[in-house]
Design a binder for this molecule. Structure first.
Ligand code: OOG
Ligand code: MG
Length: 267
């Protein structure tokens, strides 16, 4: 992946302000490439990095990262064929079984993911699945609530990277497990909304093995000049397609061997 940038510093700041406004005030905007058709993936990450810098300077705590577009179901749903990464902060975390407001989101969707918590630093550019597994303290089941800020949830890779990979909220829960005690490739997941099964899959859907997605994330971080510190919370990407949610919906994600994660949505 080339991290070449083409936009001026002024354009990066302008686009970061546009994304920040849409994220914090929950409105939809056109994808950024409509105005900047020559924008690159490197430009997208430059906007994302500037957004992270701003949030941290406003007191948000950077707690980890998420890999996105790591399963075929997600790539097909979004019309994109390269994975991406985004950052996670304490302000995005919600407790298990909580009521999650949708009033401050544009068009939320939920996805089931395997999350990793690390106990040692990881660094690219040649991080492997085994490196990730050795550096993992535990894995746990998670639900990510994504929310593209782009109209109609339609975007390209450059735009979605600038929008921090549609990151909005996340809920970790269930049971924390040592990854060496599980077969992380074959974990089944079932997502229920209001008592009906709306999506199901197996963890191998994520690049063959969810730890592979974390290795890829670490290698992208290396291209951005960053490492993954010990104690990071990392989501490895939606196993199935994402499901739209609205006030009144109850969601439960059941993971084989890892327990379940529940939440409800309110206005
Ligand atoms: C991009 C974020 C994708 C995942 O798990 O694949 C993502 C999007 O679909 O809006 O979080
Ligand atoms: Mg996700």
């Amino acid at each position: 992946m080339s991290m070449e940038t083409t936009l001026s510093r002024e354009d990066i700041v302008r686009l970061t302000e546009r994304i920040e406004g849409a994220q914090t005030r929950a409105y939809a905007i056109p994808k950024l490439t409509d105005e900047y058709p020559a924008m690159t993936i490197g430009d997208g990450y430059a906007v994302q990095t500037e957004l992270r810098r701003r949030f941290v300077s406003q007191g948000h705590r950077h707690v980890g990262w998420k890999a996105g577009l790591t399963s075929r179901a997600k790539m097909q749903q979004m019309g994109v064929n390269v994975p991406s990464i985004g950052f996670l902060t304490d302000r995005m975390a919600r407790p298990e079984n909580s009521a999650i407001a949708t009033g401050d989101l544009v068009h939320p969707r939920v996805e089931c993911e395997v999350a990793f918590v690390t106990k040692a630093e990881l660094a690219g550019p040649a991080c492997t699945r085994d490196d990730v597994l050795s550096a993992t303290d535990y894995v746990l089941p998670a639900v990510e609530i994504i929310d593209s800020r782009f109209s109609g949830f339609q975007f390209d890779l450059e735009s979605v990277i600038a929008d921090n990979g549609s990151s909005a909220r996340f809920v970790g829960g269930g049971r924390a497990r040592d990854p060496h005690e599980l077969d992380l490739r074959t974990l089944g997941v079932v997502m229920e909304k209001n008592g009906e099964i709306v999506a199901m899959g197996a963890s191998a859907a994520v690049l063959g093995h969810p730890a592979e997605a974390v290795a890829m994330l670490v290698n992208i971080l290396a291209e951005l000049g960053e490492r993954l510190p010990a104690g990071s919370f990392v989501m490895s990407g939606g196993i199935t397609e994402a499901i739209a949610v609205a006030p009144g919906d109850n969601v439960i994600a059941r993971f084989q061997d890892l327990g379940s994660v529940s939440m409800r949505f309110v206005a």
